[in-house]
Design a binder for this molecule. Structure first.
Ligand SMILES: Nc1ncnc2c1ncn2[C@@H]1O[C@H](COP(=O)(O)OP(=O)(O)O)[C@@H](O)[C@H]1O
Ligand SMILES: [Mg+2]
Length: 334
């Protein structure tokens, strides 16, 4: 193997999952490189968990193949147990057991015994900064503590690939940043990371490469910088308007300025390229002429939210609303 070319450690081809007549995963192809942090970014119901559950052999694909380090996982289930760890979306720690007992059970599942087991459990407790709470019931822990326990649980057998399903959903900012640091550190130590997220900032700051997934399909795949370049090499202009004016404003701008206008619930956006200031003043002048009041106008470098708008026609926030998700948990705003 050439050292400068990391190998594709996970290869997913033509992956489809149907539940009855509903297609949750609709033809996904992925190549995840050894040593990278790879993200699946998409709103609730996009098919993220279903995809990783198939990669982990927890559910079988309707069609498609998955190989891990060259082994077809349907024929070599043992490869998954040996190489992969999973931190599920729901924190699964047993509240009636102590931190130590929670870890011991998992260590035993991985056939660890005696000193090996004690050592692995001690290390995990230390890594989670829970050593002094080892004999406290996990049910008494804060959300952040439980999530840390959950993370080290998934790492007890030292897997070379770690899958994290929405590792920070519902965490406050401090615990989120702490989790990001832990993920980066594991990756620095050589662990390949696959994570799913609904958070743009998380995908942007953590992932080497990411796939934007919606309705079971990959809409785009690349580094955060590559994806943003798809939107614009220059600034994006946003103009916030009253809801009832949006359609009219978009049409006027399309007709008079001949630019592509994206519409979302509370604003219109254009990719301005190099002439951004000129474009902005033209838009403002036009809207004034049309007597359409402007609530706010701004320019910014493209974000992953802009990428999502370009690909799907809605903000991820809107897409989440469509899925009637728990809005309080969602942070798609810039
Ligand atoms: N076991 C199942 N039976 C029926 N539908 C399912 C099942 N699991 C997931 N789905 C549906 O598949 C879609 C994708 O779900 P999921 O992979 O959990 O999305 P995500 O993790 O991106 O939020 C959703 O519409 C969900 O309701
Ligand atoms: Mg999920």
């Amino acid at each position: 193997m050439n050292d400068r070319m990391p190998k594709d450690i996970i290869v997913v081809s033509g992956l489809i999952k149907r539940f009855g007549s509903f297609t949750a995963v609709d033809g996904i192809d992925l190549r995840i490189k050894e040593g990278e942090i790879f993200g699946l970014l998409g709103p609730n119901g996009a098919g993220k968990t279903t995809t990783i559950n198939m990669i982990l052999g927890l559910i079988d694909p309707t069609t498609g193949t998955i190989t891990i380090d060259g082994f077809n996982i349907l024929k070599h289930r043992e490869v998954i147990k040996e190489k992969m760890g999973l931190m599920t979306q729901e924190t699964v720690v047993d509240g009636d057991l102590t931190a130590k007992q929670n870890l011991e059970i998992i260590a035993e599942l991985y056939d660890m015994k005696g000193k090996d087991k004690d050592h692995a459990v001690d290390n995990a407790l230390e890594e989670a900064r829970l050593s002094e709470f080892r004999n406290a019931k996990a049910g008494s822990f804060s959300g952040g503590m439980q999530r840390r326990l959950n993370l080290v649980k998934s790492m007890i057998h030292n897997p070379s690939i770690l899958v994290l399903d929405e590792p920070t959903t519902g965490l406050d900012v401090q615990n989120r940043v702490d989790m990001w640091d832990r993920i980066r550190k594991l990756n620095k130590n050589g662990v390949t990371i696959i994570l799913t997220t609904q958070y743009l900032e998380e995908a942007d700051s953590l992932c080497n490469r990411l796939a934007i997934i919606d309705h079971g399909k990959i809409k785009a795949l690349g580094t955060p910088a590559e994806l943003k370049k798809m939107v614009s090499e220059g600034n994006v202009i946003d103009i916030s308007l009253r809801f009832e004016d949006i359609e009219k404003a978009a049409n006027a701008i399309r007709k008079n300025l001949g630019v592509d206008v994206k519409i979302t619930a509370d604003r219109i956006s254009i990719s301005a390229g190099k002439e951004d200031v000129k474009q902005l003043s033209k838009m403002v002048a036009l809207l004034e002429k049309e007597k359409i009041p402007i609530i706010a106008a701004s320019m910014h470098l493209p974000t992953l939210d802009d990428v999502f708008i370009k690909l799907t026609g809605s903000t991820i926030r809107d897409a989440l609303g469509e899925q009637q998700s728990n809005a309080s948990k969602v942070m798609w705003r810039r």
